[in-house]
Design a protein around this ligand. Structure first.
Ligand code: MN
Length: 325
């Protein structure tokens, strides 16, 4: 089944004002797809604002200078449409998700997570597309929005990051054509790569060193596993945002099929799962613990002692492996 875009385009076209939001701890695709959509709608004369509960992350700050983003507290005015993009569940919009959805009579949920809960009044879910930023591109093309370098830069950042710089299995010929179009429209490849991946604060190196020193293979080397405790974050002078990308390094382990990074939260443990190929389904593993995401990248949260959390996750991944020859 595929959702229709036309009713959503019609709703956006007649909107007097639009508020766009995405998930907590926003990544470049969340920021790129939401801010890119807002700038595109503005270019069409439709007033649009962005609300990201946790604000714009450090590495996206240089790419979002063209737009002010609401964070923490919701805007006070009402809107005709609220759009949630790149966000699988309503709860992941942040603690104000109900108040956010109450700001407009029409709510639109646009996403590419296979685990999306279809929580909008209108839903457009396409899990075959690598990034939400490409869904924004599809919408802006359909609305005949002029593609500015600012918008192209935001969308390219989203495509680049959600595809692991065009290395993951979600990359299709269409993804590459979209990226090429964005470069033609003014996205500068080197500048965006540098901002996203080559401006790493020293505390992140310290945290990576601590984490990778303790990483270990499990399940006969097919799983690569590491834990980040609050103590390790403190030692490195790092915060949750600084754990970005570490799970992708774990997946580099020779012979591994997937990687698990377990990070201590104020209460409980955040588990990030990544698969190296399509033979295993991380969304299914995360789903066993109430989480979700994509086949190749998913997450969930568990409570309890780290030994128990680790054992449960390794067991769950082992069960997923049992389908393999
Ligand atoms: Mn995404």
């Amino acid at each position: 089944m595929s959702d229709r875009l036309e009713p959503i385009l019609a709703e956006l076209k007649r909107a007097e004002s639009v508020l766009i939001s995405s998930h907590i701890a926003p990544d470049p695709d969340a920021v790129g797809s939401s801010c890119g959509l807002a700038l595109g709608l503005r270019a069409l004369g439709i007033p649009a604002e962005v609300y990201l509960h946790d604000g714009v992350p450090r590495r996206m700050l240089g790419l979002t200078e063209a737009i002010d983003v609401y964070s923490s507290e919701l805007p006070e005015e009402k809107f005709s449409v609220v759009v949630a993009i790149d966000c699988a569940t309503k709860r992941r919009l942040g603690p104000h998700h109900d108040a956010l959805f109450a700001l407009a009579p029409v709510t639109i949920n646009i996403d590419h997570h296979v685990s999306n809960e279809r929580y909008g009044k209108m839903n457009y879910i396409d899990s075959k597309t690598a990034s939400a930023s490409e869904l924004t591109l599809r919408i802006l093309r359909a609305l005949e929005c002029p593609m500015t370098p600012e918008i192209a830069t935001l969308l390219y950042a989203g495509v680049l990051d959600d595809t692991g710089s065009f290395r993951f299995g979600n990359v299709t010929a269409e993804t590459l054509r979209n990226a090429a179009d964005l470069v033609s429209a003014g996205a500068v490849v080197e500048t965006i790569s540098n901002q996203l991946y080559y401006e790493v604060p020293i505390r992140m190196f310290r945290l990576r060193a601590l984490t990778l020193a303790e990483m270990r293979p499990a399940l006969q080397g097919r799983l690569s596993l590491a834990v980040i405790t609050q103590g390790m974050l403190d030692t490195a002078g790092a915060t949750a945002e600084d754990t970005d990308g570490i799970v992708d390094e774990l997946r580099m382990l020779e012979g591994s099929i997937c990687a698990v990074l377990i990070r201590q939260l104020e209460k409980g443990w955040k588990v990030s799962l990544r698969a190296k190929d399509a033979s295993v389904d991380m969304n299914r593993v995360a789903g066993m613990f109430g989480g979700g995401g994509h086949r190749a990248a998913a997450g969930c949260t568990l409570q309890g002692a780290i030994e128990d959390v680790e054992r449960q996750i390794v067991e769950a991944v082992g069960t997923e492996f049992s389908g393999l020859s």
